[in-house]
Design a protein around this ligand. Sequence first.
Ligand SMILES: *Cc1c(COP(=O)(O)O)cnc(C)c1O
Length: 372
Amino acid sequence: MIPITRPELPPLADYVHLLERIWSTRMLSNFGEFSQALEKIASDYLRTGARAVVSGDVGLVCAISCLELPAGTTCLVPSFTFNSTINAVLWNDLIPVFVDIDPETFCMDPDAAAAAAERCGPSLIVATHVFGNPCDADRLGALARRHDARLLFDAAHGYGSRRGDTPVGGLGDVEVFSLSGTKPVTCAEGGLVTSRDQRFLERFEYARAYGFQHDYNSRVQGMNGKMSELHAALGTLTLPTIDAVLEHRFGQIATYRRLLAGVEGIRFQNVRAEDRSTFKDLAIVFDDPAARDRCRDELAKQEIQTKLYFRPCHRMDAFFAFADEPLPATDEVYDRILCLPLYASLDDRTIESICSTVRAAAIAGVAAAPAR
Ligand SMILES: *Cc1c(COP(=O)(O)O)cnc(C)c1O
C-alpha cells in the first residue's frame, strides 16, 4: 500500500534524549522549557510572535475567541477547507458566510469575498492557505480594513510557505498552524498561533490555559489548549527541518511535473512564481470528472492511496443550513480534483507508475470528451 502521506520523524535516539530530560525534570506540561523552545524556533522562523497550542483545531477556536467579536456577527469563510475552519467560527457564535475560491489557486477569491462582504458586513474574514498556497493577503487585508473586520488565516498547511518574502504566519491579524501528523512538519498533535499584536498574544496565553495562569483568577473565557512537553519536544526536532523537508518535496514535485508535462486534460494548482507553497497535498485537476474517478479507481486497484480534498463544507450535513449563494468554482474543483501521494521516502519509480496511470486516464478523458 502506497499511502498519500507519511510523517517525517527525527532519529528515535534524538527524541529519547529529550524524553530523558522530561523524565528527570518531571515537567510534563504547563509551558516548560520545550514549549518555550518551540515557540522561540517558530517565532524566529516566521518572524512574528508564535504561541504553542494543543492542536490547530483548538488554536482556531481559541484564537477567534481572543478577537472579542460580537456574537451573531458574520464571518466570511471558504467552503473549500477542512471542517475545523467552520467549526471554529460556529463555536464562537459567529455566522459563517461561504465564499467561493479562485479555481486556479483554490484559495478564497478576493472578488467573491468583496461581494459577500458588501452583502453581509462581516466582523471577521477567515481564509485558508489551501495545501500551503498563500492566499492573496494584500487584497483580503484591504477588504478587511475597508469593512473594519479582522483577518485570520487558517495556515494549518502553511509552515514554511511564503507570500513573496513574507512567511505565512505574518500575513493576517492572526494565523493558525497545525502540527498534526499529516502536515509537512509535525509534533504528533499540536498547533501554533501567530500574531504581531502583543495584546492579542497575551490574551491568547490566558485563553489557552483555562483563562488563568498562576493565580487562579480567570482573566478571559478560556479552555485547555496546552501543548504537552512531550509534543513540544518532538516539535523542537522537526520544525528546524522544514526547509530541508520542502527542498526534497520540491524535487519530487518537479519529477511529477516533468512526467505529466504536456498531458492534456489535467492541470496543477497554480502557485505564483514569487510565492512558496509547502504542497501539503499535491493536487491535480482533471477537465473531466469521469476521468478523475477512473484514475482514482485505477490507482486504488494498484493499492495507491489518493484523496479528494476538500469535501466542500457547504455540502456537509452540519453546515448545509449556511449554504445560501452558489459556489461554482468550489463545486467544479471538488468534482475534478485528485490529491496524489507525496512524502519523503516515496521513490521515483512509484512516482513514474502513478504518473503513467494519471496520463492514461487523462488521455482517455480527452478522447471521450465531446468536441468543444
Ligand atoms: C488539519 C487542519 C486543521 C486542524 O488542525 P489539527 O491540528 O488537526 O487540529 C485545520 N484546518 C485545516 C485546513 C487543516 O487541514
